[in-house]
Design a protein around this ligand. Structure first.
Ligand code: SF4
Ligand code: SF4
Ligand code: SF4
Length: 308
């Protein structure tokens, strides 16, 4: 998204003035996180980089087959991102760990996908309701409601949603579905969790996964970094991570602990209370999300606690 710096500050000033002159009731923000949704715990120390999760995801979501097959490990030579044709990717990192016996560098592997945030910024940014947080934990996309504004893409702190630019007639926003259909129709876990040969991915209720993560931390002193990534980041996510390597060395972003939707939603409520025009609302929300995006990139100083 292109937004000139001066234009952004003008928009921010308008937003601030609106917020100041708005009744307190219109500024109230409440979490919409489901009480005890499902999620996945990814234990990075167990991942061997086999890419079977990528393959299972590709099959269950009927995505196009990749140019390089799933057993081609040369893909690890570059860092990849999920896109419109792949909802999850595994990346390889070298954090400096060395195998004691062989004296060789040890690789670590990190699977990334939509985090299915508890209070998702993409949902707040979507004024048509095409993105929604379901009670089962999945952040669901409804193509029939999507107008293609792509604000969800700008708002996402993990830069996950992708757009089908190659599909000019019926383009959709694409991202991990948490295999919602498998869960709701067949009571089955996500395909990636089922296929994983090392049980690096555990599916379950988020509260149970948090307990499991903390038990592993407690029972294995020295094995893990003392941090469950996703427990609190951006208000919490449905995908949680344990790691034996500092998260900062594995490409994890240092993010605020408070949910990011607060500001955009507060402004939406304020603007609607004064019946501002949808066109201006679009522009202003774009400015807010651009600012959020820049803040994350610059690693805002208010962020409590480093990613360890
Ligand atoms: S990771 Fe991004 S796309 Fe996924 S739920 Fe969170 S904000 Fe939305
Ligand atoms: S939960 Fe389903 S859609 Fe998401 S990464 Fe796993 S297999 Fe893919
Ligand atoms: S299937 Fe499991 S072990 Fe293999 S790359 Fe995926 S998460 Fe890692």
């Amino acid at each position: 998204m292109q937004l000139k710096r001066r234009s952004f500050f003008k928009l921010a000033a308008v937003g601030a003035a609106t917020a100041i002159s708005t009744p307190r009731s219109a500024l109230a923000w409440q979490s919409k996180a489901p009480a005890d949704a499902f999620g996945c715990l990814m234990d990075i120390s167990r991942c061997i980089g086999c890419r079977k999760c990528e393959q299972a995801c590709n099959a269950v979501n009927e995505l196009p087959l990749p140019v390089r097959p799933f057993d081609d490990l040369s893909v690890f030579d570059e860092k990849r991102r999920p896109d419109a044709t792949k909802f999850t990717v595994v990346n390889r990192y070298h954090s400096g760990r060395v195998d004691d016996d062989k004296g060789l560098p040890v690789a670590d592997f990190v699977k990334i996908q939509c985090m299915h945030c508890q209070d998702p910024a993409c949902v707040s940014a979507c004024i048509t309701g095409a993105m929604s947080k379901k009670s089962n934990g999945a952040v669901h996309y409804d193509a029939d409601k999507c107008i293609g504004c792509r604000y969800c893409m700008v708002a996402c702190p993990f830069e996950i949603p992708a757009y089908e630019y190659h599909n000019p007639l019926t383009p959709k926003v694409m991202k991990c579905t948490l295999c919602e259909t498998l869960l709701s129709e067949q009571n089955k876990p996500p395909a990636c969790a089922t296929i994983c040969p090392t049980e690096a991915i555990t599916f379950g209720k988020r509260s149970t996964l948090l307990k499991l993560a903390k038990k592993r931390l407690h029972d294995n002193p020295g094995r893990y970094v003392d941090h469950v990534y996703g427990e609190k980041e951006v208000g919490g996510t449905s995908w949680l991570y344990l790691s034996n390597v500092p998260f900062a060395k594995l490409g994890f972003l240092k993010l605020p602990l408070k949910p990011l939707p607060r500001l955009p939603e507060t402004l939406q409520h304020s603007l609607f209370s004064y019946l501002w025009s949808p066109a201006l609302l679009f522009t202003l929300l774009g400015g807010v999300m651009y600012r959020n995006h820049k803040q994350q990139t610059l690693q805002h100083p208010e962020q409590p606690g480093d990613v360890s």
